[in-house]
Design a protein around this ligand. Structure first.
Ligand SMILES: [Zn+2]
Length: 332
């Protein structure tokens, strides 16, 4: 899959984003920061052919400023399973909590098997078929790596500063929120923030871990940086207006979802009601609205006072059955 020129955005002289629009499942954006004599990559994608075609575009962009640094924003495979395309000598950084989650997560070969089973099962009626069809939607036909990719070899807690070819990149772990560790990379000299999946733009966000209040605080932090450009994990680059809309979605879901929870309704019952309510309209144009039930499955757990679940595919699969069911109902 060649990286088309229109998928590569040059934000300034030495700052680039490889965009994968519209930003659905597995359609991850990545970054490249080119300094005087060294460069940094931010996130690598899980589809092996796309990861390789992005890597093929690097030499022309970096010239003699070799890639010596990389950052993985968090533990979801669509942000680091392409790490084997990085130069072997490049150091890979993530937060301590993200590295821990990467080690806990289901490896790519097992996800590929789940997804294959899923596409076979998708012909079935009932929950097994709904789960199967949704699992194959999540992997979206990507060719996942056959073995575990290279893990980060450098971690930090809280904040870290990396200088690459004379340019400063400020790292901060704003999680746990979307996942156990959610790193942002702020490049002050170009006014850019690579946000990982703390921002989904034009697509419904997914909370796997929480607490939700941390995500809301993270959005306030992003707004406070007053950056010229935000590169989300998924979807087009954006400014404060889109971040504020995402914050509104979480406030709305926190309020209305909790009311459904206290009324004793299941996540899927709550999702059906919320998706047809008037208050949902500002978000109705976003991709994958059925992800609301994934969000409710995580939030219900937290509202019950349970600890966040580990980010394994098995735990997600149960929520995928509800999402697949909702999608089937909506397409009728
Ligand atoms: Zn992602």
């Amino acid at each position: 899959m060649p990286v088309r020129q229109d998928n590569l955005i040059q934000i300034d002289g030495g700052t680039y984003a490889f965009m994968h629009l519209p930003g659905g499942w597995g359609q991850t954006n990545t970054g490249l920061v080119v300094g005087d004599d060294a460069s940094m990559v931010i996130d690598t994608v899980w589809d092996t052919s796309r990861a390789e075609s992005i890597a093929q575009a690097w030499p022309d962009l970096v010239g003699s400023a070799a890639i010596t640094e990389a950052v993985n924003t968090h533990s979801d495979g669509d942000h680091w399973w392409g790490n084997d395309t990085l130069p072997a000598s490049a150091r890979i950084t993530t937060s301590e909590s993200a590295l821990h989650a990467m080690k806990e997560d289901t490896p790519p070969a097992a996800v590929a098997r789940f997804s294959k089973l899923g596409s076979v099962a998708s012909a079935l009626p009932g929950p097994a078929g709904a789960m199967g069809s949704y699992m194959s939607r999540v992997t979206g036909g990507a060719s996942l790596p056959t073995r575990g990719p290279r893990l980060p070899d450098h971690t930090f807690a809280g904040t870290d500063t990396i200088t690459v070819g004379g340019r400063t990149v400020l790292l901060r772990d704003l999680g746990p929120a979307h996942t156990p560790g959610d790193v942002i990379a702020h490049v002050p000299d170009s006014g850019v923030v690579f946000t990982g999946d703390l921002l989904f733009i034009g697509a419904t966000p997914v909370i796997w871990h929480g607490p939700l209040s941390n995500w809301q605080d993270a959005l306030d932090h992003l707004l406070g940086l007053d950056a010229a450009t935000y590169v989300p994990g998924h979807g087009p680059i954006c400014g404060p207006t889109e971040i504020e809309l995402l914050r509104d979605y979480w406030s709305w879901l926190d309020r209305e979802g909790r009311a459904q929870f206290h009324a004793g309704r299941s996540p899927i019952q709550a999702a059906r009601t919320l998706l047809t309510s008037n208050d949902f309209r500002p978000y109705a144009h976003w991709d994958s609205p059925e992800r609301i039930v994934l969000n409710l499955s995580t939030l219900y757990r937290l509202w019950k006072g349970e600890a966040p679940a580990p980010p394994t595919f098995g735990r997600r699969a149960r929520a995928f059955a509800d999402a697949g069911k909702l999608l089937r109902e909506r397409s009728r």
